[in-house]
Every structure is written in C-alpha cells, then in structure tokens.
Design a protein around this ligand. Sequence first.
Ligand SMILES: [Zn+2]
Ligand SMILES: [Zn+2]
Length: 136
Amino acid sequence: MAQEKFYTGSCLCGGIRYEIHGEIGDIVECHCQRCRKANGSAFATNAPIQKADFKLLQGEHLLKKYHSTATTQRCFCSECASPIISIKTETPDTYRLRIGTLDTPLQQKPTQHIFTAYKAEWDTICDGLPQYAERS
Ligand SMILES: [Zn+2]
Ligand SMILES: [Zn+2]
C-alpha cells in the first residue's frame, strides 16, 4: 500500500491550522506583481493541491477572501495577514497553497520561476531553474 502523503500548516498567529491529505504539486516561484504585493516580497512560492485534500482544522472564521482579479480569490488570515491559498474560478477543484505556511518539512524543491517578465528590478534569480516570462 502506498502511504498517503500528509502535511500540516498554519498562519503566523496560529489561528488558522490546516491539513493536507494528498500530494503537493509542482512548486513554482511566482514573480507576478500581485503575488509580490500580496507577500511583500520578491516572489511567492506556491504549489497546487486538490481542494478535496485540504482540511481546515481551525480558524475558518479568520480566513478572509480577497478578489485580486475577477477570477482569483486570495485567502489569508484576517488576524496576522498570512497568505494561505488562492482559488481560481477556472479551476475550482485546485487550490494554490502558499507553501511557506507549511509546518511539515517538505522534501520537494521549487521547479520553475513564472511571470519573470514582471519580476522586481532589484531581484536577481540565482538558481538554474527554468524561467518563464509568463506561465510555463
Ligand atoms: Zn493568523
Ligand atoms: Zn503570481
């Protein structure tokens, strides 16, 4: 029997806690301006997970949703502002996890940089991963 993958995560204040019962998909470093602003950093590190695998253990009342585009909702902690997931209308069964909120050590490494056409001018990408001007 293959062992089920299992991860836990939480926001900065600990008010939101979640579990993932399943695979975490390819990790991408997204340099788009919206991710930069949402994270206050050079890029966001995101990976797809199945909605059905994501279970909120606590803090559902803290999880605030912000529509950053007409089709994208960014879900973050209304107490401490940690970004947790985003949800796209086109792919409602997939959540894009902000993997910096994981508490379980992750064996996977980032696979690529996306939206590098929009990266911060002060940011230098120093790894050898593939870079895509927009999506891969
Ligand atoms: Zn929080
Ligand atoms: Zn982005």
